[in-house]
Write a protein that binds this ligand. Structure first.
Ligand SMILES: *Cc1c(COP(=O)(O)O)cnc(C)c1O
Length: 408
C-alpha cells in the first residue's frame, strides 16, 4: 500500500505523461535509472527496537514480503499519481482487487448495486460468492440512472460500475453515479480497465474507489497479471491494507516491475490504439456484411456525447460488431467464419495488448449465460469483439475482410 506523499522527491504539479515515466521511489544508493526489481521475501531489520516499531505501525519500513515491496510501492505510487488519488494498493490480479475491495468494506446484511454489464467474474463474485456470506446485491442496466436510484436501499454500501463495458462499450455517467452514491451515504467504485487514467480519471469526477486490472492496458503488452485499488489514504490504510496483509493477495514484485515499464508508454499507446480503433470502426460501419458497430467515438454510439466528454475525446481500444445474419445459427456460423479466416490477428480471450485480440463473446466470456440472459445483455451470436492493438489499421481491416468479404 502506498500513500502518495512526496516520497519520490519529484516536484509537485507534474503532468500525467511525466508522472507515467518518472513517478516511483527514488533510486537506491547505486543510482539506477530504470526502477530496480527487488526480488526478496524478507527484509533485514537494523535493530530490534526499529523492528518492533515497524510491526506496531509506528515507523515506515518493510518487514515481510506479504506486507510490501519497494518495486510494488513504485508501481502503486505511479498508478495513484496517474489516477489522482492519495493512495493505491496492488494485488495479484484484477479480480483479487475487487475481492479486496468487497471483503474490506462489506459485512453480512450489506447491499451492493452494480451494473449488469460488468465483467463476468465480477458478476459471479458479487452475485454468487458474496451472496453465500449474506451480502445482498441488485443488478441494474448500466446506462439507466433511474434504475440505479430505484435499487438503492437503506443498507446499500457500494455502487459499482464499469465504463466503457465489455463487449458493448456502454458508457455510464460517472459524476451522476458518484453523486447518487454519496447522497445515499454509499461509496461509488469504478472499474477503469478499459479507459485507463490516460483517457479517464474517475477520482476527479467523484469516484471513491478506482479499480484496475493491470493485466490489461497498464502492462499493455499481454505479459503479466496484476490488479489495484486507488482511493483515499485513510481508506487504503485503514480498510484495504489490513485485509491485504492477512489474506496474502499481494502483487509479485516481478509483475509490478513489468507493469511499471508498461505504464511509461500508457499515454501514447492509448492514443495510438484509440486512433486505430476508430479507423477500424469506421471501416466496419461501411462494410456490407456488418450489421452494427459498437464503439464510443462513433456518432452512432448511444452515449457518444457523454463518452467523448468523460474519456478525453477518445474511444479506447475496444470495439465490437455484429455480422449480418437472418437467424442466430447463421450469425454464429458467420462470426466463426470471420474469426477462423484471420491470418494475422489473434483469437484470444484477453484485451489490452499491442497485438489485436478477437473474441466471440457469446461462446466465451458470456458462454455460460442462458440464451434469454444473453439476449437481455444484448450479446448476439453474430458479435465479435476486437481489442485493437498497434498493427497498421489497413492490415487489421484486410485480415477481417478475408472472412467478411466471403459471407456477403
Ligand atoms: C480483465 C478484467 C477484469 C479482471 O482482471 P484480471 O486481471 O483478469 O483478474 C476486471 N474488469 C475488467 C473490465 C476486465 O477487463
Amino acid at each position: 500500500m502506498t500513500e502518495n506523499t512526496n516520497k519520490s522527491g519529484l516536484p509537485a504539479n507534474l503532468q500525467l505523461d511525466t508522472l507515467a515515466v518518472r513517478m516511483g521511489l527514488p533510486p537506491s544508493q547505486y543510482g539506477e535509472n530504470s526502477e530496480a526489481l527487488f526480488l526478496t521475501s524478507g527484509y533485514v531489520q537494523s535493530s530490534a527496537e526499529s523492528s518492533a516499531r515497524r510491526f506496531a505501525g509506528e515507523e515506515e519500513g518493510y518487514t515481510y514480503g506479504r506486507g510490501g515491496n519497494p518495486t510494488v510501492t513504485s508501481f502503486e505510487m505511479r498508478l495513484a499519481a496517474l489516477e489522482g488519488t492519495e493512495a493505491a494498493i496492488s494485488t495479484s490480479s484484477g479480480m483479487s482487487a475487487i475481492m479486496l475491495m468487497l471483503f474490506s468494506l462489506l459485512k453480512a446484511g450489506d447491499h451492493v448495486v452494480f451494473s449488469q454489464s460488468m465483467f463476468g467474474s465480477t458478476i459471479k463474485l458479487i452475485g454468487s460468492e458474496f451472496a453465500r456470506f449474506g451480502v445482498e446485491s441488485t443488478m441494474v442496466p448500466q446506462t439507466d440512472l433511474a434504475a440505479w436510484k430505484a435499487a438503492i436501499k437503506s443498507n446499500t454500501k457500494i455502487l459499482f460500475a464499469e465504463t466503457p463495458t465489455n463487449p458493448l462499450t456502454e458508457v455510464c455517467d460517472i459524476a451522476a453515479l458518484a453523486d447518487m452514491a454519496h447522497n445515499a451515504g454509499a461509496l461509488f467504485a469504478l472499474d477503469n480497465c478499459f479507459a485507463t487514467p490516460a483517457l479517464q480519471r474517475p477520482a476527479l469526477m467523484g469516484a471513491d474507489i478506482i479499480m484496475h486490472s493491470g493485466t490489461k492496458y497498464l502492462d499493455g503488452q499481454g505479459r503479466v497479471m496484476a490488479g489495484a485499488l486507488c482511493a483515499s489514504a485513510a481508506m487504503v490504510r485503514e480498510k484495504f491494507l489490513p485485509v491485504m496483509k492477512n489474506s496474502g493477495m499481494i502483487l509479485s514484485p516481478f509483475n509490478a516491475w513489468v507493469i511499471l515499464k508498461g505504464m511509461e508508454t500508457l499515454g501514447i499507446r492509448m492514443e495510438a490504439q484509440s486512433k486505430r480503433a476508430l479507423e477500424v470502426a469506421l471501416w466496419l460501419e461501411k462494410h456490407p456484411a456488418v450489421a452494427r458497430v459498437y464503439y464510443p467515438s462513433l456518432p452512432s454510439h448511444p452515449q457518444h456525447a457523454l463518452a467523448m466528454k468523460q474519456m478525453s475525446g477518445q474511444g479506447g481500444a475496444v470495439l465490437s460488431f455484429d455480422v449480418k445474419a437472418s437467424n442466430a445459427a447463421q450469425a454464429r456460423e458467420r462470426a466463426f467464419h470471420v474469426l477462423d479466416g484471420m491470418q494475422v490477428l489473434s483469437l484470444c480471450t484477453n484485451l489490452g495488448d499491442t497485438k489485436s485480440l478477437l473474441t466471440h463473446p457469446a461462446s466465451t466470456s458470456h458462454g455460460k449465460l442462458s440464451e434469454e440472459q444473453r439476449q437481455l445483455a444484448g450479446i448476439g451470436q453474430g458479435m465479435i469483439r476486437v481489442a485493437v492493438g498497434l498493427e497498421a489499421p489497413v492490415d487489421i481491416q484486410n485480415d477481417l475482410a478475408i472472412g467478411l468479404n466471403s459471407i456477403q
